[in-house]
Design a protein. Structure first.
Length: 177
């Protein structure tokens, strides 16, 4: 798959998450298994992706203070700690999970295959450093954009307060590589 195709996948997912968040909805379980791939109309060998499985979604108006369920491997550290969260904190967990999806799309395999003790490096914060090194290693021989590295860095920060929620907007407004 070309870099451009991978970037389009990432943008499609970003558009879906961005729309959900604007409507006051947190997906709650962003992972590859909850992303469907469809042929893109009018384009040969082109595809689009869409989010699915809203069984763990949270509506802002419901006033919940934690995600009802999630997939631990793909979720943010604060979700696994079952800490009380605001709606904006839950948006940040979607962004964190999306960071893992972007990382997986960019390297062409599930991110966790590249790491030992995923839960340990997520909880101590070293996942970001390792993810950045992984993307840099994968990119070393290609002329791909550095956009993906910037997005991964913005999404996988340890603290939800430091994790940018506008990374989705960054990806949506950046020019194609």
């Amino acid at each position: 798959m070309t870099f451009q195709s991978r970037l389009e996948f990432c943008r499609d997912i970003a558009e879906g998450l961005y729309a959900l968040h604007l409507c006051g909805v947190v997906h709650g379980d962003v992972k590859p298994e909850n992303i469907l791939v469809f042929p893109r109309e009018g384009k040969r060998d082109a595809f689009m992706v869409k989010l699915t499985d809203f069984g763990h979604s949270v509506l802002e108006q419901d006033g919940l203070d934690a995600l009802p369920a999630f997939t631990p491997l793909w979720c943010a550290p604060e979700a696994t700690q079952r800490a009380s969260m605001t709606f904006q904190d839950m948006v940040a967990t979607d962004c964190y999970s999306y960071g893992f999806v972007v990382l997986s799309i960019l390297i062409g395999r599930a991110f966790h295959i590249a790491f030992d003790d995923v839960e340990g490096i997520k909880s101590n914060g070293s996942i970001l450093e390792r993810a950045v090194a992984l993307v840099e290693r994968e990119d070393r021989e290609s002329n791909d954009s550095d956009l993906e590295l910037d997005v991964v860095e913005l999404l996988l920060r340890m603290s939800s307060r430091n994790r940018i929620r506008d990374a989705l907007q960054l990806l949506l407004t950046s020019p194609p590589a």
